[in-house]
Ligand binder design. Sequence first.
Ligand code: AMP
Length: 367
Amino acid sequence: MSAIAPGGRIGILGGGQLGRMLASAAAELGFTCHIYCPDEDAPATHVAAAATRAAYEDAGALARFAASVDVVTYEFENVPAETARILGEHAPVRPGARALATAQDRFVEKSFLASHGIPTAPFADVSSLDALEAALAAIGTPAILKTRRFGYDGKGQVTIRDAAEARPAHEAIARAPAILEGFVPFEREISVIVARGLDGHTAAYDPVENLHKNHILDRTFAPASIDPALAAEAGAIAARIAAELDYVGVMGVEMFVLPVGTGPRILVNEIAPRVHNSGHWTMDACLVSQFEQHIRAICGWPLGDPARHSDAVMTNLIGDDVNAWPDLAREAGVAIHLYGKDEARPGRKMGHANRLYPLGKRPSPEA
Ligand code: AMP
């Protein structure tokens, strides 16, 4: 399989900040990008050579878009299977259909992990109230009911503290197909950003530690405060998942670290088949960012070096946080990344700031 040379055109499905940062990284390597999304004034289109505004179900527009590019990628995991199939008739779609199908459905995802012996929280398929009651009897409480599809940033999730809450919880998710997960008493939440090239080589960035606020990622601390053996294990798990999915591109793997005890220390929570918010620190603390790494992988280039030259703390600028840009601009040691979104609605990701520190000198998440 030959590499796509500089001058080639990359198609990106989705027009948000991830597509925007992918397009900027692609430009650095001499590529141009064509963004496909249904939204008006999408952030990614501001930095791309071409844009198509059409629905993800518009077969004609999809075919014309894919025929105009050398490779298609995406910045969100809910790409409909039929959309990916149509695109795939005209250009390679990377990552492929298997990664999408696995990551789009929490039951398929957890079953895939379990079938490869990768530890997860206990889980059960919930297709009815009866199934929920049976799952609660088997797994116990507290537990979390999550819709199988279309959940993000805590949406489509209900915590169940007592079996009597089964019915209201089932109503709260509109009786959608779901899974029940046992509540994990985690010590910290970490993630690994891993890349896999067309040639099957993998490269993982150091595991990082994530703190959430209102179910949205607030800060990422690079590296995570875990011992080297555990960090190596987390990286190896992520690389194995990528290999089992025959994955091409960058993938985010969210994990829980459990206190020292009898069972496994690391459980996998979720796979994101795309560049990931918890990898934004790599833009400034690594020679090759997750965005460049993704472009390298899908274009069949050798992967870049994921080594960290600095420690970093990434802070998301959510909603009005972005109004602090003049202060951030005055602060030393901060790299600012703003997404060009017009309206700072509550909960909307408007940008992020990366604070860099010498290796071993980042502040603690507990501080
Ligand atoms: P998710 O949408 O699966 O990434 O879940 C969002 C957040 O909910 C996670 O980042 C955790 O903080 C929390 N969470 C999800 N699943 C569990 C679980 N099984 N046990 C404890 N906390 C969880």
